[in-house]
Write a protein that binds this ligand. Sequence first.
Ligand code: ADP
Ligand code: MG
Length: 338
Amino acid sequence: MEYLRDTSINSGDRVIVRTDWNVPHTETKVTGSSRIEVSLETLIYIKDKGGISIVLSHFGRDGESISPAFDFFKSNYVGLFSNIYLVKDPFSNEGLEIINSLVPGDVVVIENIRLWEEEEKNDDAFAQKLASLATLYVNDAFSSSHRKHASIVGIPRYIKGVAGFRFEQEYKKLSEMFNPEHPFLFILGGAKFETKLPLVEKFLYIADSIFIGGMNAYSASLLPISQNPKVILPLGDIKALDINTETLEMLAPKINNAKYILWNGPLGKYEDGYVEGTQKLAKLLGDSDAKVILGGGDTETVLSGIHFKHPFYFTSLSGGAMLDFLANGTLPGVEALT
Ligand code: ADP
Ligand code: MG
């Protein structure tokens, strides 16, 4: 896999940048901007080389317009780029006119890529048409790279494809989990254990212990591995809506002893206010000297807005793609770049 940092870009080159700007939002406004913010490093790098970025991302559900994300980007970063445009249809005369008139340092954002049904179908002709807009493809959407979609796996069949800065960081930091320092503790909370079973089965080999909490702790799918000596379960009522103090006290010395910790999944039904246990766990993890990597869509949500004294070693913003990557060691979007 080649990284953008090692790729040469000439002034005036057009570069397709697949970002994940699918951020939390209301009808008009972005309410959580992390995923937009982490794409800046790549876009600024391209601008500094005199390149022109053509940004592709999906956004929201059911044919929503990307305009909240575009408005956020434009109003916050207008000074960083030459011009910032939104193009509804890059294949229309109007769209092509804008694209052909771009100058070094410009950014053009294409409307929600999933408005084209060819995107999710991974339509080859569509991918080729997109590829014809540029000479280089940068995937900076690790969090969408578990999807075999045209903008993820299709475009780099036609033009050179490299990994952007955030993609590189997610890839390298999460890959450390395959060869961790020991003791390595895996903390798994959340729900839908069936979907996480492949991950657990793999990490039963890699980790020294796995704590399984949240709704997973009483899932029927847990039975086959619940006798494994590496598996640790909550103390007391296993169906409790939050993790109890007893269990946190039992975990504390294991957390302090660990060199590496991977954490996915809240430990309480946080939507109904059961956030205390998860926050206390986060504090224990923040105070430990272990390298803590955490991620997961709900894990992000429940921790966002909390300020921690020590930053975590790495907070993945890849949600479900993180789980797939950890379980399989690769993703379709990674393969497409190799
Ligand atoms: P992530 O998105 O971080 O991977 P999951 O999607 O696996 O996390 O799990 C999040 C869900 O798990 C939330 O809906 C939360 O309410 C639920 N959950 C976590 N702990 C409990 C619990 N003790 N009882 C009931 N639901 C729980
Ligand atoms: Mg989730």
